[in-house]
Design a protein around this ligand. Structure first.
Ligand code: SF4
Length: 232
């Protein structure tokens, strides 16, 4: 069971407003001090903003619970980035969560290549359900969401209550731009996924990701979908 919310809706709204003019590092510090071991950071080792968040939080709390959703369909470059970045950032509590079904079991139960027929169900099985498990017993979830990543993310709050996962959701980079994020990554020499230098703007499963298009348009091509269901 997720922990009860520590804030009323009005309190979260007031904090969200206050954080609009705060630096991301200040928001990360507030989250670490407020939630302590109740804080979890979702990491994909795909996008640049997630790497910036990991750097900010590792400076304050290297043993923060970081979770990775391994769908079994991640690029080899993503695993390699995780292997490099975790020791480089000094993170000591990185946990990997997988679907309850292997891909063979999923194919037996739902048919082959489910992502080509029903990507929402595939994401539910391989991302949303493991995300729920990763956040069990936690009170806050930090992500690297930014408003400039897609139209659907344009209204992303910095702080909100996620009724889907029963936690306070903290998006310290919500109002940063792609340019600010890269400036931070390069200034601090933070490891990042090499696919970002090869034309991939957003990196998820290799089944559902193509290079050469801006923002999240390279995900789930051919479907009216640009979110996996974690953030909707
Ligand atoms: S991104 Fe594609 S392969 Fe990955 S879980 Fe979602 S539908 Fe399945």
């Amino acid at each position: 069971m997720a922990a009860a919310p520590a804030f009323s809706e009005a309190e979260l709204r007031a904090l969200d407003e206050r954080f609009e003019s705060a630096e991301p590092q200040e928001i990360v510090q507030w989250a670490v001090e407020t939630f302590g071991d109740g804080l979890s950071v979702g990491a994909s080792f795909g996008g640049a903003s997630g790497m910036a968040i990991l750097h900010m939080v590792a400076l304050l709390k290297p043993d923060v619970h970081v979770f990775v959703l391994d769908t079994d369909y991640l690029f080899e470059e993503t695993y390699e980035t995780m292997r490099r970045a975790v020791p480089a950032l000094g993170l000591t509590n990185v946990q990997v969560y997988k679907s309850r079904l292997t891909h063979e079991e999923q194919a037996r139960e739902y048919g082959a290549a489910l992502w080509m027929r029903d990507p929402d169900l595939c994401c539910e099985l391989r991302k949303v359900e493991p995300n729920r498990r990763a956040l069990e017993g936690k009170s806050a979830w930090m992500t690297g969401l930014r408003r400039d990543q897609s139209e659907g993310r344009a209204e992303t709050p910095i702080l909100s209550w996620s009724s889907k996962f029963g936690v306070v959701k903290v998006n310290p980079l919500a109002n940063w731009t792609e340019k600010q994020t890269w400036a931070y990554i390069l200034e601090h020499g933070i490891p990042y996924n090499p696919l970002l230098d090869r034309g991939y703007a957003s990196i998820g499963c290799y089944n559902c990701t193509v290079p050469g298009v801006r923002g999240r348009a390279g995900r789930w091509q051919g479907f009216q979908k640009d979110e996996c269901g974690l953030h909707t």
